[in-house]
Design a protein around this ligand. Structure first.
Ligand code: 6R9
Length: 650
């Protein structure tokens, strides 16, 4: 890969306020010390933290075991229980402290103290055991965003069962693939969920998934979340409440090896069969714990709301495990950001006194469309840190989040990481000076670099493959049941034992990292490499554009042409007005970046084709841009009708 033209012109720098500097736990000096220690003694750095932050039933003596590389192992001879670390260890001092504040779709609120959470998790752990689940068995959790989902996850961890949460929006087909791949013994689900004022059935998908094959699934536990009737299969299906009846509030957490798999999480939306990303117990929990302290500065007074669903990795590390491990109060929300209106997020923040809020750029851009009036109606003064994750955040959305939601005072913690990394990898601490659109610098103990295609390290300003050079505790351990795929996907470089991320990035002169997108999202137009993100940022900076996605399509002369898919914040114009707007947008991009980046085609739609987790399905856009028929699986799309809008020529 030669020079990727660096065209992000963002140069604004935001220093932390005095209030932030004085209030947060980790100051500049401590951070510098941590960085120094990590670079001097990588394994010692992580091992000391593992001893300090986690409670071990059997202390470890081995830090990193590289004997079966690239299947790295951490703290291998140690034992612990993750649920004990998330719940029991707080009982002495925080038993009455609220662990979970739950707000349902209809505004119904429930609170669980750490003691109540403990009792519920124990009851459900006993229930799982009574249903024949043993250490190492796989359990599928297919549930909405309700506390029972976290209770189920924690109960699995307590007995050493390996859970695999499947996002409630996935189809029966996707669910079956995952049940089969994991060879699961039990499925936990609900009769339905409540979202946007409607009740949405869920159990039917489980029935359909289990119709053919899946003989390994012996039981289905059904929690009744709605009043809707649910069909129960005799001998297989059990009501959660019935199954729990008479179970004790006490359960002795099982001590497992640090490397015992805590969960599998299947990666969504990519080509091929889903990959079961396998995470460990000790190493995973360490980074989940630490990053909640480091990035979000969580302490006793905080109310932390991460809006991610537990069906995604963010909901694992920043809802179900990490914040509980540090003893924080979390908010869980069942509904959608636009019901009853687009002020819902801000109402939840106000009503529960949220201090740290963590969401995705796609949500920020969607809410930005509605302007500042809605958030301004709510008291958001308790917010002190704002986080973002999932994709690069364009500077316009960053500024809106910072100014309108964060009053110009809250640092924006832009966290780069992946399902496979388990926890944040490149992200600011609250005291880090910020540049809108950059996830800043790798965490202490994370050794990131940028390589060209031959594996040479690139200098500042040069774009290339992002890699992590040294193993870290919460890294993926395997693709479930597929060693070869693990090695070829993540360690493909000959002679270099580096974890290859699959994203391209560059470092600016200050050493800040800018993620350019997935490797396949970098275009080569007339020999110039252009990050799709940069063109998207340029389009979104036009006052009529709400969202934009750029893909490449083959072009005879230029190699690749730039195809733009645009969502406007006004009605889509017709006829001449449409032609004029297309010309205006092309000129706007030319003005922002240069004529080379001018989109060759611009198509309008009312939304972009996104997975239910909010990721733009670029491979579908590529097919449309090429004018080809869509043959790919579109079952993970939130709204498949969007595709037709973009396929229409005019
Ligand atoms: C946590 C999560 C991982 C991919 C990753 C990258 C993109 C995530 C980002 C970001 C730029 C950020 N990504 N966070 N890109 N800035 N702050 O999203 O995991 O669903 O596995 O996606 O998402 O491309 O490689 P996952």
């Amino acid at each position: 890969m030669s020079n990727i033209e660096s065209i992000l012109t963002e140069t604004r720098l935001f220093q932390p306020s005095d209030a932030i500097k004085q209030s947060v736990a980790i100051n500049e000096e401590m951070l510098a010390e941590m960085r120094a220690k990590a670079s001097e003694d990588h394994v010692g750095f992580w091992s000391d933290l593992a001893k300090e932050k986690l409670v071990w039933t059997k202390p470890f003596t081995v830090g990193l075991d590289e004997s079966n590389a690239p299947h790295y192992k951490w703290f291998t001879d140690g034992e612990l229980n993750v649920s004990y670390n998330c719940i029991d260890r707080h009982l002495e001092t925080k038993s009455d402290k609220t662990a979970i504040i739950f707000e349902g779709d209809q505004g119904d609120v429930e609170r669980y103290s750490y003691k109540e959470l403990h009792d519920q998790v124990c009851r459900f752990a006993n229930t799982l055991t009574a249903q024949g689940i043993e250490q190492g068995d796989r359990v599928i959790i297919y549930m909405p965003m309700i506390p029972q989902a976290v209770i189920a996850m924690q109960a699995c961890a307590r007995i050493g069962a390996i859970h695999s949460v499947v996002f409630g929006g996935f189809s029966a087909e996707a669910l079956r693939d995952r049940i089969e791949n994991a060879n699961a013994k039990l499925v936990i689900t609900t009769n339905g969920s409540r979202r946007g004022g409607k009740t949405i059935p869920l159990k039917g998908a489980v029935d359909a998934a289990l119709e053919k094959g899946c003989d390994h699934v012996k039981k289905v536990i059904v929690y009744r979340r709605t009043d809707d009737e649910v069909s129960m299969k005799e001998g297989r299906d059990i009501d959660w409440m019935d199954a729990e009846a008479g179970m004790s509030n006490y359960h002795d957490p099982v001590s497992v090896n640090a490397e015992h798999p805590l969960f599998l999480l299947y990666t969504s939306g990519s080509t091929g069969t889903p990959k079961g990303v396998q995470h460990s117990s000790g190493g995973y929990l360490l980074n989940a714990h630490l990053t909640n302290e480091w990035m979000f500065d969580l302490n006793d007074d905080d109310v932390f709301w991460c809006t991610a669903d537990v069906g995604w990795i963010t909901g694992h590390s920043y809802v179900a495990y990490g914040p509980l491990s540090v003893g924080a109060t979390i908010v869980m929300f069942e509904g959608v950001p636009t019901y009853p209106d687009a002020g819902r997020f801000w109402q939840v923040c106000q009503d529960h006194g949220v201090t740290v809020f963590y969401t995705a750029p796609t949500a920020i851009r969607a809410l930005m469309k509605f302007g500042a009036d809605l958030p301004n109606q709510y008291d958001l003064s308790k917010l002190r840190l704002l986080g973002t994750v999932g994709e690069p955040i364009n500077p316009e959305a960053w500024m809106w989040y910072h100014d309108v939601i964060g009053r110009g005072e809250c640092p924006i913690i832009d966290t780069w990481w992946q399902t496979e990394t388990g926890a944040h990898m490149i992200a600011p601490f609250p005291i880090t000076p910020l540049k809108p659109g950059s996830c800043t610098q790798p965490l202490p103990g994370i050794d990131a670099a940028i390589l060209d295609e031959e594996g040479n390290e690139l200098g500042r300003g040069e774009g290339g493959l992002l890699v992590i050079k040294k193993p870290w505790p919460s890294m993926i351990r395997n693709v479930w049941g597929d060693d070869e795929r693990y090695k070829s996907t993540y360690f493909p470089l000959k002679d270099l034992p580096y974890y290859v991320v699959g994203d391209s990035a560059y470092q600016d002169d200050d050493g800040y990292f800018w993620i350019l997108g997935r490797v396949d999202d970098v275009l080569n137009v007339s020999g110039h490499r252009l990050g799709t993100m940069e063109i998207e940022s340029a389009l979104v900076s036009h006052h009529l554009v709400a969202e934009a996605a750029i893909v490449g399509r083959p072009h005879d002369i230029k190699g690749e042409a730039v195809a733009a898919f645009v969502v406007l914040n006004v009605d889509i114009p017709k006829g001449e007005a449409r032609t004029a707007l297309i010309a205006e947008l092309r000129d706007h991009v030319a003005k922002e970046i240069g004529p080379i980046a001018k989109p060759d085609d611009i198509r309008f739609g009312t939304n972009l084709p996104k997975t239910r987790s909010g990721k733009i399905m670029r491979r579908l856009l590529r097919t449309i841009a090429k004018g080809e028929e869509i043959t790919q699986d579109t079952s993970t799309l939130e709204d498949p009708s969007i595709l037709e809008q973009f396929q229409k020529k005019k």
